[in-house]
Design a protein around this ligand. Structure first.
Ligand code: FRU
Length: 486
């Protein structure tokens, strides 16, 4: 693993030439995704500023140009008309002001219909490396020009630690006010959401208090990337708690969960119905964000970083890592949250293929386990049947186990290479989306999902499945352009 100095990580990008060579070599990697967003060079992490505006979906990602390392962060801009085909638009926000001198950190977008605003955390550090987080806003003009407001909307609140970031902006019809939800850490090191409100998007923001989430006060030491949406009259609060372990997540201390319930902006209380659930049970899923202004009260659209803080991936050796998950559509059915890839994704199906022994590197599988029986499905095993990414189901315990320990390339093994997913209703169906370095699994029409990076070697090219499983497969067309646009 390469050791980076602070100077290297925080080097300022002077122009496209700085990274053209890097881009040219990374482009050749066998692990470049074909229908998932990924960094043009270096590292991509959280989705940012996901918003629908004037017929276009805008989606940015946290970007560090230099390599697979968390350093000076930019927002890199991508756009799509259908949430399936994406094009690179170049750097969205540069860390070029006093307030964001050491990074433009995560945040959200908001469209007024006419204007598009991006709210982000300016990560300021002084010479002694003392951090001050600012909540900032910029306007993205139709021409693509970005205009930063000269002053931040507000600075840090003195009652909390330096960890105050990731503004999510919403408008509440009931109180007729705008709100910013901010991920934060209290001085006694507990995860919090802070709330600011205003009558106007661009000024007058005041701190109104800490969000009460009764029953979940002790869930971790920092809540990153809060996001909230109303789906069919219910509120869904999503956040990424850290510094704690949770059931079904092995040794990982970074998680992404959701609560269903009621958000009361007047009383600053989120009343949850029942316990939290993991938004995804896989190894690599974090910092999920809802798209703003999606325009349909019965569905939400969400994407996440396919990766976790402090994790390392094999493409680090090629000076890049990370990807965003497929954008998902979330609906409430019988009071359960169901997640599935956006319906337009079906347009990528090239042709149905009858699977022989070999498994295509880019494909979609539909797997039916009609009777809910035990099964084993191995992806990317070797010709003799050994190894592979193994998905198995035990109908007695209603547990699905996903084991990547038999693959040739091991990564983040110390956090556990095998995860178990509890399934209340058994397991009858899987939809599996395989790209060059990832797999996303939607179980039982999206009651539960599982996302993992995966780096098969040349000899890991086969599959096997219990004979009672019904398998259909499609090759998928590419949907990201991967062009060099700065
Ligand atoms: C989550 C996070 C955010 C922060 C950003 C910095 O992965 O730590 O809280 O804004 O990444 O890149």
């Amino acid at each position: 693993m390469k050791e980076w100095t602070r100077e290297e990580r925080y080097r300022v990008l002077q122009g496209a030439d700085d990274i053209l060579g890097l881009y040219e070599s990374i482009k050749e990697s066998d692990y470049r995704q074909t229908y998932h967003l990924q960094p043009i060079t270096g590292l991509s992490s959280d989705p940012n500023g996901f918003v629908y505006h004037k017929g276009v979906w805008h989606l940015f990602y946290q970007w560090c140009p230099w390599g697979a390392v968390h350093g000076l962060k930019y927002w890199y801009h991508t756009a799509s008309k259908d949430l399936v085909h994406w094009k690179n638009c170049g750097v969205g926000i540069y860390p070029d002001s006093f307030y964001d001198n050491k990074g433009v950190h995560s945040g959200s977008g908001f469209s007024t219909g006419d204007d598009l605003y991006l709210f982000y955390t300016g990560n300021h550090r002084d010479e002694d490396w003392v951090r001050t987080p600012y909540t900032c806003v910029a306007k993205l003009e139709d021409s693509g020009e970005l205009i930063k407001a000269p002053q931040p909307l507000f600075g840090p609140h003195e009652n909390y630690t330096e960890h105050q970031r990731d503004p999510k902006v919403v408008y509440d019809e009931e109180t007729q006010k705008y709100y910013i939800l901010l991920g934060a850490q209290s001085k006694d090191l507990k995860g919090k959401v802070l709330i600011y409100s205003s009558d106007s998007l661009l000024e007058g923001w005041t701190f109104v208090g800490e969000l009460r989430v009764p029953g979940f006060e002790d869930l971790g030491g920092m809540w990153e990337c809060p996001s909230i949406e109303r789906i069919s009259g219910k509120d869904v609060l999503v956040f990424s708690p850290q510094y704690t372990t949770l059931p079904n997540r092995n040794q990982s201390t970074n998680h992404n969960i959701y609560l269903l319930g009621k958000m009361d902006y007047k009383n600053l209380t989120f009343t949850a119905e029942g316990n939290y659930r993991h938004l995804d049970y896989g190894f690599d899923f974090y910092a999920a964000q809802f798209a703003a202004n999606n325009g349909d009260p019965d569905r939400a659209v969400l994407t996440a970083w396919m990766g976790l803080p402090d994790n390392h991936y094999p493409t680090e050796a090629e000076d890049w890592e990370g990807s965003l998950t497929l954008p998902r559509e979330l609906r409430l059915v019988n009071n359960r949250l169901l997640q599935r890839p956006v319906p337009g994704l079906a347009s990528l199906r090239e042709k149905a293929v009858v699977l022989d022994e070999e498994l295509p590197r880019v494909c979609e599988l539909e797997v039916s386990n009609h009777q809910g029986q035990d099964f084993e499905l191995k992806l990317f095993s070797k010709k003799d049947g050994s190894g592979g990414f193994c998905i198995s189901y035990d109908s007695q315990t209603k547990l699905c186990t996903v084991d990547r320990s038999q693959m040739d390339q091991h990564f983040n093994a110390e956090l556990g290479e095998c995860l178990t997913v509890p399934l209340e209703d058994g397991l009858t169906k899987l939809a599996v989306y395989i790209d060059k370095s990832s797999v996303e699994i939607f179980i039982n029409d999206g009651q539960v999902t599982f996302t993992s990076h995966l780096y098969p070697t040349k000899q890991e090219a086969y599959y096997s499945a219990s004979s009672h499983l019904d398998l259909q497969a499609w090759l998928l067309k590419p949907a990201v352009t991967d062009d060099f646009v700065i």
